[in-house]
Design a protein around this ligand. Structure first.
Ligand code: ADP
Ligand code: MG
Length: 389
């Protein structure tokens, strides 16, 4: 699918229309700070130029008709604004209804529906957050069509709530925040504890971020994700008996070392240790990047991966294989899994003049070790969700 062809793709499905608008919502990579957005930690994501597009025409009635170029076999999905309850065979419209329900809950009327042709360039279910991309896309469509007075931050929060409450995935705020608030050439330092944030120039010098999609579907990811959250909560409860904290990431590593013996189960200790050490790595990573020390930044990416592999146990064979292959290449400064883990994508920081050779070596090594292909592409840091035209 070519982005220039989106309008004609819309017209093929819904017929000619002079009143269409074009919307874009990016995917995101998290540079560092994994599995701590629900532990009150700092994360450091960027929006990327891969994302989800929609061509949308307003309707005068209360019908919503949806079509995704990524799920063509599903055909047109249709529902009425007067009934936003879960359908048995909901499919991807769950994200659309979920966002609508949240808007209505805070008092925004949705008087009329729309026809939307959606197409995404982010691989689904790979940890680049195509779901949050879609949620913010829907938020932006609703705002634009109905002229709501709502800030991007509030749309970010409603989108997260849609995923938590309606879709039933207990995600933190990072994905929606990075996608809604993204800015070309910048990463966002987001404190998930109080939602304070700062844009930090992604000073990568002569280096690029290579996205490495393992093409391993994240089976069990949601149940494992919820299990990690429960483990963190359990560790936090134990720590709270000796220190006054709200989140694991309220502790520095030194403070954690002083009190961690209260966590009497090894697995809970390691989960908490990941959260606390990862939070310090993020702060350090932001500092070293600001000073232009890309090599140090790369080393922190490696440490992050090892912590996610050994202490948090969310990597798995495919992610470990692809990251280790990256580590072995000349011109790679660092690599780590990104997103929830258990499959999906990793990122590597690669010297620009080495990108092609690195891609080739990783593609070959991965196929040999795993038996199927990985996908490798350079990410460009782009803007957040917006109306294009
Ligand atoms: P991730 O967010 O990591 O990509 P998820 O499983 O959370 O993975 O979200 C993927 C789901 O989001 C898809 O199965 C689909 O329901 C929905 N989705 C994402 N992009 C699109 C799209 N372009 N068209 C239709 N649905 C989409
Ligand atoms: Mg998702």
């Amino acid at each position: 699918m070519n982005i220039e062809n989106l309008k004609s793709a819309f017209e093929k499905v819904f017929g000619e229309n002079e009143n269409t608008k074009l919307f874009f919502s990016p995917g995101r990579v998290n540079l560092i700070g994994e599995h701590i957005d629900y532990n009150g930690g700092c994360v450091f994501p960027s929006a990327i130029t891969y994302g989800t597009y929609a061509v949308v025409a307003p309707r005068e009635d209360q019908k919503v008709r949806l079509y995704s170029g990524n799920f063509e076999d599903r055909g047109i999905i249709e529902f009425d604004l007067t009934d936003l309850s879960h359908a048995d065979d909901e499919h991807w419209s769950v994200y659309v209804k979920g966002v609508m329900v949240q808007f209505k809950e805070v008092g925004f009327e949705i008087p009329t529906g729309f026809d939307a042709y959606v197409y995404g360039t982010i691989p689904n279910g790979s940890g680049l957050s195509s779901s949050a991309s879609l949620e913010l896309l829907v938020s932006q469509i609703l705002k634009e069509l109905h002229g709501y007075d709502i800030s991007m931050i509030d749309m970010v929060k409603l989108s997260q709530k849609a995923e938590n409450v309606y879709v039933g995935v207990n995600c933190g705020i990072m994905d929606q925040f990075a996608i809604g608030m993204g800015k070309k050439d910048y990463a966002i330092k987001l404190n998930t504890n109080d939602l304070s944030y700062e844009y930090a120039k992604a000073n990568l010098g002569e280096h690029s971020i290579l996205i490495m999609n393992t093409n391993k579907k994240r089976e069990l990811a949601d149940s494992k994700y919820n299990e990690r959250r429960q483990e963190c909560d359990a560790a936090l409860e134990l720590l709270k008996t000796v220190v006054d904290i709200n989140f694991l990431c309220d502790l520095t590593v030194a403070e954690f070392d002083r009190v961690s013996n209260v966590i009497n189960k090894d697995v809970l200790y390691r989960r908490a240790k990941h959260a606390v050490t990862e939070n310090e790595r993020v702060k350090l990573a932001i500092e070293v990047l600001a000073s232009g020390d890309v090599h140090r930044f790369g080393k922190l990416l490696n440490e992050s991966h090892k912590s996610l592999r050994d202490d948090y146990e969310v990597t798995g064979k495919e992610l470990d294989t692809i990251v280790e292959l990256a580590w072995a290449q000349e011109g790679v400064l660092g690599a780590r899994m990104t997103g929830a883990g258990f499959g999906g994508c990793a990122i590597a920081l690669v010297r620009n003049d080495a990108v092609e050779a690195v891609k080739e070596a990783i593609a070959k090594g991965y196929k040999e070790a795993i038996g199927y292909d990985a996908e490798l592409y350079v990410a460009t840091i782009g803007d957040g969700t917006k109306t294009l035209a």
